[in-house]
Design a protein around this ligand. Structure first.
Ligand code: AMP
Length: 283
């Protein structure tokens, strides 16, 4: 069963009927990546809350807020299709029509996770992670989930949310879910539809490069400095916004005692930024 609520009053009335729930926050225009989060949530909870909200606070002034694809009807049918496989389940879709539902004038506090939010993706998109943390905090307060599901596709975002929950002692479990990719290796993203056919062909460079670096690393910590030299050469191609190896737990560039590292990348084609990462254990 799928229930659509479009005001916060309706959301709270619905929420009062359920006890422990899982929660999947999204900006909609759903693809298999989002659906994999919902599927996992439905294996763990009978009732799952699923938000579809294009959050104005996480877009910069020259970013794609206005043209971000909004496809509610299609999103609901994808959710409905999945719930057929979970006969006794209920998915409550919270899709506020007006951003004021989420951010009323008297609820304008800003949540900022220091440090993490101003590095890498946060350096290129100043204020982006403050916008993310602020909306997720607000949604957590309204929906009060036991577990919330995030894609590891947005690895830095996942780290920011984990840190926020820890810092604010929020009793919410954060589950990170693997990246869903096209057969070509391209990580699914709502923004992939901005790519023209030629850019789509080029886009495979991102996952191929990440795989190439992982191959060079060969699971050995000692190979990281060599891999970083190779990365410096790759970065001569100015399409890369960044390509970096960081410790998966601390997000530090210091990987001298890392057991697991994440290679994070953004490759830009026109105005479309292809965000991706891969993780690997090292010894
Ligand atoms: P978005 O709608 O882009 O804000 O994404 C909502 C959630 O879906 C976030 O937790 C994303 O990390 C996750 N997500 C987006 N794309 C993928 C993907 N290809 N694989 C797994 N999770 C994803």
């Amino acid at each position: 069963m799928v229930i659509l609520v479009q005001t916060t009053a309706q959301l709270l009335a619905e929420r009062a009927k359920n006890s422990k729930i899982g929660f999947v926050p999204t900006m909609g225009n759903l693809h298999q990546g989002h659906i994999s989060l919902l599927e996992r949530a439905l294996t763990e909870y009978k009732t799952v809350y699923f938000s579809i909200f294009v959050n104005p606070k996480q877009f910069g002034p020259n970013e794609d807020f206005a043209r971000y694809p909004r496809t509610l009807e299609n999103d609901i049918s994808l959710i409905d299709k999945l719930t057929q496989r979970f006969p006794n389940s209920k998915v409550v879709v919270y899709s506020p029509k007006d951003p004021q539902e989420v951010f009323p004038e008297n609820a304008d506090q800003l949540i900022s996770v220091w440090g993490l939010s101003t590095e890498l993706e946060g350096k290129i998109r100043p204020g982006h992670f403050d916008g993310v943390a602020t909306v997720v905090h607000r949604l957590f307060k309204l929906i009060k989930p036991e577990t919330a599901y995030f894609g590891l596709k947005d690895y830095q975002q996942y780290m920011v949310i984990r840190q926020m929950v820890k810092d604010l002692n929020m009793a919410i479990k954060i589950t990170g879910m693997p990246i869903i990719r096209e057969e070509s290796g391209l990580a699914l993203s709502s923004r992939n539809q901005y790519l023209d056919p030629e850019q789509k062909n080029t886009s495979i460079i991102v996952s191929q490069t990440l795989k190439q670096i992982i191959k060079k690393l060969d699971g050995k910590r000692d190979n990281i400095s060599k891999a970083r030299e190779i990365i410096q050469e790759i970065l001569n191609d100015s399409h890369w916004n960044y390509l970096e190896i960081r410790d998966s737990e601390t997000f530090s560039l210091n990987t001298t005692s890392s057991n697991n590292i994440t290679i994070l990348a953004v490759y830009q084609l026109g105005t479309t930024r292809l965000l991706d990462n891969m993780q690997v254990e090292i010894q």
